[in-house]
Design a protein around this ligand. Structure first.
Ligand code: ADP
Ligand code: GLC
Length: 494
């Protein structure tokens, strides 16, 4: 089976979040179970400077975009350690910029044009490369036009007759919504600009376009798949999603254990396994405290956070709780994040007040992200909503007990340390249901009490997490089932 993956991020080429991890690791895992994978990605400046080996192909073409002929040059690379081909859509005017989607002035004004060009170029490139594609796997709004092109046989490309499409939603809050006069950029007829298809409250909506035209739709956890069919997390698309009924499934992401395994992690001062985690984590904790300039306190609970500084991730709860806790409680915090300058300023102020208790860094650091997972006792992820989440899965593997809000993928992967789960030996973290400061403080208190006064229970919780298998193997075989029934034109479970 030949899969074309269309996405706007992919490690190690270009990343702003978990989308990149998934779009790198999933094709490689699919290859392991017999698929051929070809991935398509914009040739951003970040890609060209990634240090990856990039070759030119002899393929160039022009795309007719609302009155302009825009040239595309196709480049080629590989996903490391695999035979997964990565094709890069090169047009410096759109992609040779510092950010992927935004610059210092905010979102790029021509994002609709940039990603229309990307999608148009991908369908052309598949034709020029003569790829015999079975499934076109489209990720998030940036790839949302491709299912529409395939369904409407745009450009009459022969490969479209056989190919089926899947739209995967990684985050419904980002929909690629543009004013209606951007419609001509898509190249699609105005008759598709209607409430059932591409139009949304008078605007053009590229996520909706993908959802409506794809043969099947998936998202990254079963709980989120249910949540997005309700007002609130449905972000206005709940009825459209409900309408897709059996064609909407949730598959939890996996973890690339080549990169995220404390037994072989070269970022750590000491590697460790489930057998010697107590000594290993103690050494990593000391190194982390030193790295962030905090007091070297072996027994104070150390809570880690690695997160985008965005509302989604629960910062409206974390900041006021941190303000109280930094002043009054014997707890340390290690924070790594980039994003909203407002949160950065608040965190910076707290870190300057109590550098002994709060170490914060505002940068993108793969190394520090690993060191926080290894050196912290607990990992805090109080997301308002979380389609899947990867950090809680990394935390489980690193014996860094996750404390989470009960939502989306967090609800599906973290099992609360309730008496019942503890007695069944399945507890691996702590939950709070009520999204409030009280809810957050109650989960922190429960976890810290167990950590401080019930060490045997704590050890069991850590071990349960470390022994769980969230590798891509399982998720990739779920995607394979989805691809098979999509090719057969069958409904889920049929
Ligand atoms: P999201 O994609 O919503 O941001 P995920 O939990 O799915 O959330 O994935 C986030 C990914 O980005 C993880 O691999 C995490 O380690 C990484 N990450 C986030 N912020 C940083 C940062 N400042 N430095 C390094 N890695 C980061
Ligand atoms: C999005 C979601 C996150 C998910 C990631 C990868 O960024 O916010 O929950 O893990 O995509 O699917």
């Amino acid at each position: 089976m030949h899969i074309a993956t269309i996405s706007s991020e992919m490690v190690p080429f270009a990343k702003t979040g978990g989308l990149a991890d998934v779009c790198g690791a999933l094709p490689a895992a699919l290859e392991q179970i017999g698929c051929k994978c070809s991935c398509f990605l914009p040739a951003y400046r970040q890609v060209m400077r990634s240090g990856m080996r990039i070759e030119s192909t002899d393929i160039t073409f022009t795309v007719y975009l609302a009155g302009n002929h825009v040239a595309c040059r196709l480049l080629k690379s590989h996903y490391p350690g695999s035979n997964v081909d990565v094709y890069l859509i090169d047009q410096p005017r759109y992609f040779d910029r510092d950010g992927l989607y935004a610059g210092p002035q905010g979102e790029y004004k021509d994002n609709c044009e940039r990603f229309s060009f990307f999608c148009r170029s991908v369908v052309e490139a598949i034709d020029r490369l003569n790829l015999d594609i079975d499934i076109v796997h489209c990720h998030d709004w940036q790839a949302g036009l491709v299912p529409a092109y395939v369904r409407t046989r745009f450009g009459h490309y022969p490969w479209m007759q056989r190919a089926k499409t899947i739209m995967t939603i990684h985050n419904l809050a980002y929909q690629g919504r543009f004013w209606h006069l951007d419609m001509p950029l898509t190249g699609l007829d105005w008759r598709y600009f209607n409430h059932q298809q591409m139009e949304f409250h008078g605007d053009l909506n590229l996520m909706k376009t993908g959802i409506v035209f794809a043969d099947n739709v998936s998202t990254v956890s079963p709980t989120y798949a249910k949540e997005i069919t309700e007002p609130g997390l449905g972000c206005g698309l709940e009825d459209i999603l409900k309408g897709r009924g059996e064609h909407l499934v949730g598959i939890v992401n996996g973890v690339d254990y080549q990169k995220w395994d404390p037994q072989i992690d070269s970022h750590l001062s000491q590697c460790y396994s489930a057998a010697d985690w107590e000594t290993g984590k103690a050494a990593c904790k000391k190194a982390l405290q030193a790295e962030l300039g905090m007091t070297l306190a072996p027994d104070a609970p150390l809570i880690g956070i690695v997160s985008r500084l965005a509302d989604q991730k629960g910062w409206d709860l974390i900041i006021p709780v941190l303000e109280r806790w930094v002043a009054n409680r014997d707890v340390q915090w290690a924070v790594l994040g980039t994003g909203d300058p407002r949160y950065e300023e608040q965190l910076q102020a707290l870190a300057s007040q109590r550098p002994d208790k709060l170490g914060a860094r505002f940068e993108f650091s793969e190394t520090l992200a690993h060191q926080i997972e290894a050196g912290s006792d607990m990992f805090l992820m109080p997301s308002r909503y979380e389609p899947c989440g990867l950090n809680q899965l990394y935390s489980l593997k690193y014996g860094c007990v996750p404390l989470v809000h009960t939502t989306g993928g967090l609800a599906d992967t973290v099992l609360d340390s309730s008496e019942e789960n503890v007695s069944k030996s399945v507890a691996n973290g702590f939950h709070f249901n009520d999204y409030s400061q009280d809810g957050l403080e109650s989960v922190l208190n429960r976890a810290i009490d167990t950590y401080s006064f019930n060490r045997d229970r704590w050890r069991q919780i850590v071990i349960n997490g470390m022994q769980a298998d969230w590798s891509w193997k399982h998720s990739a075989s779920e995607y394979m089932k989805l691809f098979r029934y999509t090719m057969d034109g069958q409904l889920r479970g049929a």
